[in-house]
Design a protein around this ligand. Structure first.
Ligand code: SF4
Length: 291
């Protein structure tokens, strides 16, 4: 497999075959994101992708799950995406589900019918980074879309019958807008009703433009307990009808895995116990945190 640079995948795709169909991210402007800053975005040619599919299917034709990397692979124009999916389905007869990263802009370039067409070719889950429901924060981090467009994109994925997994980012609004961010994020999650929510915690990475802003003193990360309050607010104030909400990513201080709405009370109780204890030893230590 001819992977270019570091290839990133969601934790839930750990056992999937990773097929790199794009290199980098078509947006690549989010100030907190170091992921693809060293890569120039391009869509791989069908021949390049075909070579990887041929190689993988020769040695491991049994894969049931495949993930399309890099960031925002959904930006690939529909005819090319369908050509790839068609070939992939021929070569992997046991294939059950293909996962793909998308951002709101790439989702909105597809109609519901086009998304349904992708579903018919086994695109079963789209991973969308929401980060925040706070308009000001979305602007500040250069997310490239506003609240309304993010909701429209999320709802469109759901309307096509494709599972939607979203990420939100604790700490991304800094200390000043911490609670506004938490409340507005609870609101956007309620408006979208994703199937999965992953709450990650912002980590300041030197390659990300935000690092310089932090160093200049213009952005302050909330403390670990303030971040926990954000998490609490997102769970308490969202009204999710059927969602797996988790914060067990390595960047987080407190791992939570909550089937909402069933586990809402028990999850809030756990967070409250840690908050009222004020005991830092109940949190994941800094040296064990990672992206
Ligand atoms: S957060 Fe997502 S959309 Fe933003 S630059 Fe990183 S990969 Fe691209």
């Amino acid at each position: 497999m001819k992977y270019e640079g570091v290839v990133i995948r969601p934790p839930s795709e750990a056992h999937s075959l990773i097929l790199q169909v794009t290199v980098g991210c078509s947006h690549n402007k989010c100030i907190f994101c170091p992921a693809y800053k060293a890569k120039r975005f391009r869509i791989k040619s069908f021949n390049e992708i075909k070579e990887d599919i041929d190689e993988a299917s020769t040695y491991t034709p049994h894969y049931r799950r495949i993930f399309f990397a890099d960031g925002d692979a959904l930006i690939i124009p529909q005819p090319r995406l369908l050509e790839t999916l068609h070939y992939l389905n021929q070569k992997f007869p046991k294939l059950q589900r293909i996962g793909i990263y998308g951002n709101a802009k790439s989702v909105l370039r597809k109609s519901i019918d086009e998304l349904k067409e992708l579903k018919a070719h086994k695109i079963g889950i789209i991973y969308l980074g929401i980060e925040s429901g706070d308009e000001e924060t979305l602007k500040y981090i250069h997310k490239g879309v506003n609240y309304e467009k993010m909701v429209e994109a999320g709802r469109r994925v759901k309307a096509a019958g494709i599972k939607l997994s979203v990420t939100v980012l604790l700490g991304i609004a800094g200390i000043e807008r911490s609670m506004i961010h938490a409340k507005e994020t609870a609101k956007i999650l309620t408006d979208i009703q994703p199937d999965y929510v992953g709450a990650l915690t912002l980590m300041i990475i030197p390659e990300a433009p935000l690092c310089q802003i932090v160093e200049s003193g213009k952005f302050t990360l909330p403390s670990p307990f303030e971040l926990l309050k954000e998490l609490r607010t997102m769970i308490a104030e969202s009204d999710l009808h059927s969602c797996l909400f988790f914060s067990n990513h390595a960047s987080n201080y407190l791992p939570i895995r909550s089937r909402l709405p069933k586990d809402k009370d028990s999850s809030l109780k756990l967070i409250d116990e840690v908050l009222s204890s004020g005991n830092e030893s109940m949190l994941r230590p800094e040296y064990l945190r990672a992206l």
